[in-house]
Design a protein around this ligand. Structure first.
Ligand SMILES: [Zn+2]
Length: 122
């Protein structure tokens, strides 16, 4: 085996070792994510049980009826959805619709700030 072959073998060994380390990290990250998902599923199930129990109790006691409950729930969901579609511009901090932002290296930016930043760059 020539010296050059030794060098190539060593380089291949190093690459193989780096790949094993990367595979190990990927496995660790995936394992951690799977644990987090399992914990979130458990939390959703717990909250669902609590909400169902509370809803059932309120209806049994005649505190609310199902139409009233549905109406309130729909309002709350619409409000939550509207809130989820809004973000703060990283430059001017104004609350803007997420669909009308540009993603930059510093985060979501409103159109006015994005255009101003591009004009500054020129
Ligand atoms: Zn802005």
């Amino acid at each position: 085996m020539t010296f050059r072959d030794h060098l190539q073998d060593a380089a291949l060994d190093n690459l193989a070792q780096e790949q094993r380390v990367a595979d190990g990290l990927t496995t660790d990250v995936l394992g951690s994510m799977a644990q987090q998902i399992a914990a979130l599923r458990q939390e959703v199930a717990r909250q669902n049980a609590a909400l169902s129990t509370l809803t059932q109790l309120l209806m049994e006691k005649g505190v609310v009826n199902s139409a009233e409950l549905k109406s309130r729930f729909d309002q709350a969901m619409a409000s939550a959805q509207a809130q989820a579609n809004v973000t703060a511009c990283t430059r001017c901090r104004k609350q803007v619709d997420k669909r009308q932002t540009q993603i930059t290296s510093s985060g979501a930016m409103c159109v006015a700030c994005y255009q101003a930043m591009q004009a500054d760059d020129e």
